[in-house]
Design a protein around this ligand. Structure first.
Ligand code: UDP
Ligand code: MG
Length: 257
C-alpha cells in the first residue's frame, strides 16, 4: 500500500505538465456513456491527472449526444468536449476526428461500451512515464490479460485477425486488434498523415495500422495486460463489412510495409 502511494506520487510529479485527451467514439451508447465517464473521472481524479474526455458521436439515433450534453453540464466543458459527426463514418475516422480536436499531449483511445475498464489508464500512464515509450497498448493476449463474455465465434474472429496480422506483419505486439491505447503526440503527428492518406484505415483496421506504423518508424511500444469484458448494454457494431475491410487493410499493409 505504501508502495502504491509512493508510485502515485511519482506519477503525479512526472505528469505535472501533461494533459491526456481521452477519445470516446460512440454509436448508440446511451446506457454506457454516463458510467464510463464517471469511472474515467474517478480514476483520473484519484491520480490527480489533467485530462479531457472527447466524445465523438456519429449521429446515434438513441440520443447518446443529448446524454453527452447532460454530462457536460455535470462535469464541465473543460472535462467533456463534444465533437459529434453527422452520421456513422467508421471507427478509424472517428479517432482521427477526435485527434484533430485534442488539446492534450497524450491521446488515449478506448471503447465507450465498458469493455475497457478505466482502471487500466493510470497503469498505462505509469508505464509510459517510467519507460518513456511512444505507445502503450492494452493487451488481452499476454500474461495477465483476458477476454470475458465473448462466444466462440467472436473469440475466433478476434484471435484469427490477431494471428493473421502477426503472421503477415510481425509488428511485435501481442494485441493488434484491440483499441485501448495511449499514444504520444510525436507519434501521432508522424503517423497521422500516413493514416489520413491511406484509404484502408477508415474502420476497425485503424488500431492495427497504428501499431504497425509505429513499429515501422522505430517507435517504442509497451504493453499493459487488460481484461476485456463483453458489453452488457447495447450491441456490437462489428459486422461482415468491417471484417472484410480489415482483411483488405491487412493485405494492403502486407504489400506496402
Ligand atoms: N463505434 C463507433 N462507430 C462505429 C463503430 C463503433 O463510434 O462505426 C464505437 C462503439 O460505440 C464503441 C466502440 O466504438 O464505443 C467499439 O465498438 P463495438 O463495441 O461495437 O465493437 P466491438 O467491441 O464489438 O469490437
Ligand atoms: Mg465492444
Amino acid at each position: 500500500m505504501v508502495e502504491r502511494e509512493q508510485t502515485k506520487k511519482d506519477i503525479k510529479e512526472l505528469s505535472r505538465n501533461d494533459k491526456y485527451s481521452i477519445l470516446l467514439p460512440t454509436y448508440n451508447e446511451i446506457e454506457n456513456l454516463p458510467i464510463i465517464v464517471w469511472l474515467i473521472v474517478k480514476y483520473m481524479d484519484e491520480s490527480e491527472l489533467d485530462y479531457e474526455i472527447i466524445v465523438i458521436d456519429d449521429g446515434s439515433p438513441d440520443g447518446t449526444l443529448d446524454m453527452a450534453k447532460q454530462l457536460q453540464n455535470v462535469y464541465g466543458e473543460n472535462r467533456i468536449v463534444l465533437r459529434p459527426r453527422e452520421k456513422k463514418l467508421g471507427l478509424g475516422t472517428a479517432y482521427m476526428h477526435g485527434i484533430k480536436h485534442a488539446t492534450g499531449n497524450f491521446i488515449i483511445i478506448m471503447d465507450a461500451d465498458l469493455s475497457h475498464h478505466p482502471k487500466f489508464i493510470p497503469k498505462m500512464i505509469e508505464q509510459q512515464r517510467y519507460l518513456d515509450l511512444d505507445i502503450i497498448s492494452g493487451t488481452r493476449y499476454a500474461q495477465g490479460g483476458g477476454v470475458y463474455g465473448w462466444d466462440f465465434k467472436r473469440k475466433l474472429i478476434s484471435r484469427g485477425a490477431n494471428f493473421l496480422t502477426q503472421l503477415l506483419l510481425r509488428p511485435g505486439a501481442s494485441d493488434l486488434t484491440g483499441s485501448f491505447r495511449q499514444i504520444t503526440w510525436t507519434l501521432i503527428n508522424d503517423v497521422l498523415e500516413k493514416l489520413t492518406q491511406s484509404c484502408v484505415s477508415k474502420g476497425y483496421v485503424f488500431q492495427m495500422e497504428m501499431i504497425v506504423r509505429a513499429r515501422q518508424f522505430k517507435y517504442t511500444i509497451g504493453e499493459v495486460p487488460i481484461t476485456f469484458v463483453d458489453r452488457v448494454y447495447g450491441e456490437s457494431k462489428l459486422g461482415g463489412s468491417e471484417i472484410f475491410q480489415f482483411v483488405k487493410g491487412l493485405l494492403y499493409l502486407f504489400a506496402t510495409t
